[in-house]
Design a protein around this ligand. Structure first.
Ligand SMILES: Cc1cc2nc3c(=O)[nH]c(=O)nc-3n(C[C@H](O)[C@H](O)[C@H](O)COP(=O)(O)OP(=O)(O)OC[C@H]3O[C@@H](n4cnc5c(N)ncnc54)[C@H](O)[C@@H]3O)c2cc1C
Length: 142
């Protein structure tokens, strides 16, 4: 084993909870408070775990909750927290009526990332940030 591998500290153990309803998810969030974090696509969370920027005791996955992957428009655009960047990018509604949003997600990461990552919370990587990193609370330790 290489020296750098041997020195790497293990990631802290955490529980991974998969509520099936929004009420259940909110109840878990309320129960665990700051010890818990939501996880949607996980593209950011995985990086942050590895970098040890975050170390929650509990992850609350949103993936099993039905209906969170919908885009709706009733005068107001509503993008569910499991809608991926790729879905936004391919949405006719968003392309026609909210083209700035479509253009923004169009250049985010790679197609592989856009297939999984959601719009819910954006980390803003230096490459093509949608929001400048200093404005994102979860990049600021404590
Ligand atoms: C290789 C790579 C390239 C990338 N390129 C870019 C880029 O060019 N531009 C860019 O802006 N980003 C980029 N990202 C970052 C990432 O893909 C985006 O920030 C994406 O929007 C994160 O979505 P996710 O669903 O994976 O979030 P997750 O990793 O699941 O969650 C990210 C954060 O949001 C919180 N969260 C998620 N959903 C909710 C919710 N519903 N309510 C409350 N909190 C929630 C989580 O607790 C966590 O703190 C890149 C990431 C990778 C790995």
């Amino acid at each position: 084993m290489r020296e750098w591998q041997a020195k790497e500290a293990p990631v802290k153990k955490f529980d991974y909870l998969k509520p099936e309803t929004l009420d259940e998810a909110l109840s878990l969030a309320s129960q665990y408070g700051k010890k818990a974090m939501f996880i949607a696509g996980g593209t950011d969370v995985l990086v942050m775990i590895k970098q040890k920027t975050i170390s929650p005791d509990v992850f609350i996955s949103l993936q099993k909750i039905l209906g969170l992957n919908q885009i709706q428009f009733d005068g107001t655009l509503k993008v569910g927290p499991l809608v991926t960047h790729r879905t936004i990018e391919k949405s006719d509604l968003i392309r026609k009526q909210f083209s700035a949003l479509a253009d923004a997600v169009d250049v985010l990461g790679s197609i592989q990332i856009r297939n999984i990552a959601t719009l819910a919370v954006i980390s803003a990587r230096p490459r093509r940030p949608l929001i400048p990193r200093p404005l994102c609370w979860f990049w600021i330790p404590n």
